[in-house]
Ligand binder design. Sequence first.
Ligand SMILES: [Zn+2]
Length: 134
Amino acid sequence: MRSALRRYKTGYLIGAILCLIGLIALLVLVWEAWPEVSYEEDPISAFWTFLWTGQFNLISGIEVKPMYLIILSVTALIFGMAVFAFSRQRFFLPGKNFKLQCPFCKKYWKAGYDRGQVSCPHCRHLVHPKLAEE
Ligand SMILES: [Zn+2]
């Protein structure tokens, strides 16, 4: 149980870091491209040209094409979100029971959490149970 929890936290951390890297790379790119494209009549096609022809100074001495930076940041974002989504699923472990409350008879019972309608074991109403704190 503890290891599942740790993996979930690590997943969130990795997902957050990847998303952050992607977002920062995109922001830096837009920040750098803005002076070059803002005065153009067609900023979008100017930006597109900049992506392929421009040189982006990553760290002093290392220059990359802006397009590579876009690909890198988009990849980081997609991976980050995938890791994030995977970590979320991990949180709701199948078989884990939650304390649910019936909105009609206010009685509690334990079951695997399901967002759909379930039949209350006490009053037999078809309800959307409320998730109660343990
Ligand atoms: Zn009930």
